[in-house]
Ligand binder design. Structure first.
Ligand SMILES: *Cc1c(COP(=O)(O)O)cnc(C)c1O
Length: 423
């Protein structure tokens, strides 16, 4: 990209953007204090697809008109509702349709998957996570260790960035595995690290797990809808995600899981059971014996929450039309443009801790100008109607999202950041 810092340049990039029309399919927060909203928080809660409103309305209408008959007679029958999402999720994750299902929420799914894939033995009972893991993941792992009589003080192994760095280096992980691999039962690692925005080398992590002889689960909360995924080929044992971040399915929306094909036949793998994991055709015979559904659907517990599911269908239709590879290309351009503009405008005042060669939509910024209070800078951005987020102790996360953010947004964000720095 022949870079130029003018607003004109940003407008020209937008004019050439083949995906620019998708922005009109989303609802944006309102102007405040005379400023239009610059929304850079799709990594935390994606914006509302306009069509989501219609789909939720239709479910409410069908419920009103049909009552219980909606299970079979709604325009999208509720009984097999989860299958409406399967194709779209399989596309985004690079999985077979029998390997993915939308259900529950992320942390619940993490527990369900660990129930099946954390199988400690006397020799192998440790779990490896990264030291900056999202607290919910850490708590889930700690409690799983305790459930099995382990001690998080000794059974939790952490892969840390080097001192003074934010980046997780796979070569450091390989060293830990060379020393401790024989005692590790499970690695739980992110696809994209939520704090630094680093995209981890997922195929390499899966390869290391295979060589170590342990299970691996990927937390894709910040990866799904952000970067292309090839789960079937990378072959982790399982993966989990939420769909309210880059997938725009709304607050508390339905999450999902992937279980690799190789585990779908061994019915001996332990799991927690519920009636929605029972094969569909005989489910309502209400028999006392459990006949598993085919594929990953056998991990389902309950009938799905239709109202928190409908917005996901709207969003998946948009992703299908836009195409993940086209989105990724635009995202790389948006992020590169943001990085370059920051470097050009505030070279010694703001830095990104996100590794340049391993980033998705998000840049994690630190204000390094000693004359500025970083938290005040963030507050000033908020007053100017820039929606980004603050992560303790000192990071401002900004995520231009290719479905609805423009180069113009990035340009104007950098302008408003200048006002905040000088405030
Ligand atoms: C967003 C996020 C969560 C949130 O978990 P919920 O169960 O959906 O509340 C958990 N882990 C990671 C890594 C996340 O980024």
């Amino acid at each position: 990209m022949d870079f130029d810092a003018s607003r004109q340049f940003a407008l020209a990039l937008d004019a050439e953007d083949p995906l620019r029309g998708f922005r009109d399919e989303f609802n944006f927060p309102e102007p405040r204090n005379g400023n239009s909203c610059i929304y850079l928080c799709g990594n935390s809660l994606g914006l509302q697809p306009r069509q989501a409103v219609q789909l939720v309305d239709e479910e409410l209408e069908d419920w009103g008109k049909l009552g219980v008959l909606g299970h079979l007679q709604a325009r999208r029958p509720w009984l097999p509702y989860h299958r409406q999402a399967t194709k779209g999720i399989a596309e985004l994750t690079g999985a077979g349709p029998h390997e993915v299902v939308s259900m529950n929420t992320l942390t619940v799914n993490l527990h369900l998957m660990m129930t099946s894939f954390y199988r400690p033995t006397r020799e192998r009972r440790k779990i490896l996570i990264e030291s900056t893991a999202f607290p919910s993941d850490r708590f889930a792992v700690m409690s799983q260790l305790q459930l099995h009589g382990g001690d998080p003080g000794t059974d939790l192994i952490e892969w840390s960035p080097r001192k003074g760095e934010a980046e997780l280096r796979a070569s450091d992980l390989a060293k830990i595995l060379a020393d401790h691999g024989h005692s590790i039962a499970l690695m739980l690692l992110p696809g994209v690290q939520y704090y630094s925005g680093q995209v981890l080398d997922m195929p390499e992590l899966c390869r290391l797990a295979r060589d170590t002889g342990c299970h691996i689960g990927l937390d894709l909360a910040h990866a799904i809808g952000n970067v292309p995924l090839e789960l079937h080929d990378w072959a982790p044992d399982f993966a989990v995600w939420c769909s309210y971040k880059y997938l725009n399915a709304g607050p508390g929306a339905i999450g999902g899981v992937f279980v690799h094909e190789r585990h779908l036949r061994e019915t001996s793998a332990p799991r927690l059971l519920g009636w929605w994991g029972h094969e569909e055709k005989s489910r309502f015979e209400m028999a006392a014996t459990f006949t598993p559904a085919r594929g990953v659907e056998q991990w389902q517990l309950s009938n799905p929450p239709i109202l928190s599911f409908a917005p996901l269908l709207a969003s998946l239709q948009i992703f299908h039309r836009a195409g993940m590879h086209r989105l990724r290309r635009k995202s790389a351009d948006l992020t590169a443009y943001l990085a370059e503009l920051l470097q050009h405008r505030y070279p010694r005042r703001v830095v990104s801790i996100t590794p340049e060669n391993a980033r998705g939509c998000q840049l994690s910024l630190q204000v390094v100008d000693a004359s500025c209070d970083a938290r005040r800078v963030f507050d000033s951005l908020e007053l100017q109607n820039v929606i980004a987020d603050w992560r303790e102790p000192d990071v401002i996360r900004v995520a231009p999202v290719p479905l609805y953010n423009r180069f113009e947004d990035v340009h104007d964000f950098v302008e408003r950041l200048g006002i905040a720095l000088d405030a």
